[in-house]
Each structure stands twice: as C-alpha cells, then as structure tokens.
Ligand binder design. Sequence first.
Ligand code: AMP
Length: 138
Amino acid sequence: MQAYDPDNVFAKILRGEIPSTRVYEDSDTLAFMDIMPRSDGHLLVIPKTPCRNVLDASPAQLETVIRTVKTLAVAAKAAFSADGVTIQQFNEAAGGQEVFHLHFHILPRYEGVGLRAPGVMGDMAAIATQAEKIRAAL
Ligand code: AMP
C-alpha cells in the first residue's frame, strides 16, 4: 500500500488551499459537499488527520469519522425528506477510490430513484443551497 500523499485534494481542502462547501466540523472530522453530486445533498465526511482509507486508518480515526457520518446521515435524510440514505466508502484504486484520504459518501435516497451518473460537475449555487438545508437540520 502506498504512503499517504499530503497533496491529495482533501488534504488541500483541510488546509484551506482549495475551496469547499463545509457543512459541519469538529476537532477530529470535517463534512463538506461533493462537487460532483450523485444525489441532492451528496456530502463527504473525512478525518482531519491523515490516512488513505479504512485499510490504514486507526481505530480512533474510524470511530470519530463514523460518529460524524451518523450525525450527517440523519441530518441529510431529514433535510431532504429522503426515504433512506446510502453510505459509500472505497479503498484503493481497485476498490473504486479516486481521492486517497479516507472519506465516506452520504447520499440521500428515494424509493425507486437511482443515483445520478458519476463524474458530472454540480451546480455550485444549488450545492450551496443544499448545504444550508443540511446545516439547518443539524
Ligand atoms: P472516490 O475516491 O471514488 O470516493 O471519489 C472521490 C469523490 O470526491 C468523488 O465523488 C468526487 O466527486 C469528489 N471530489 C473530488 N474533488 C472534490 C472537491 N474538490 N470537493 C468536493 N468533492 C470532491
């Protein structure tokens, strides 16, 4: 397994070197909107300390991240009056991972409605509005 790359895009977001739409943070974790949303309210939760994914994360990193995932999953479901929530997490390129800083996707879902295609840039104004709805539900 490769070493953690401190110049990955989420490390840059944590350092404030590139913009993000933040919805929640505490001393250990950050939640922000995915810029290529596969559903309205698609957001990501990451630890503030470095690890590539679940395979090299410490128990403490996993514990703090999953606590925030739970908080944001409940808030996002409420904010969008969703029927359910998909939580996705990928490990290494073969496992579908593209950004190598541990992250969990949170995707509000509706009965019978599929996810949108991956890799399509979202409307940043709409994403900002969705972020505000999630903040209000926290
Ligand atoms: P994956 O590693 O497969 O979970 O994919 C990385 C995810 O990060 C994708 O859903 C991208 O849309 C998302 N992403 C990539 N760059 C950014 C960024 N600058 N801000 C927010 N989300 C991003």
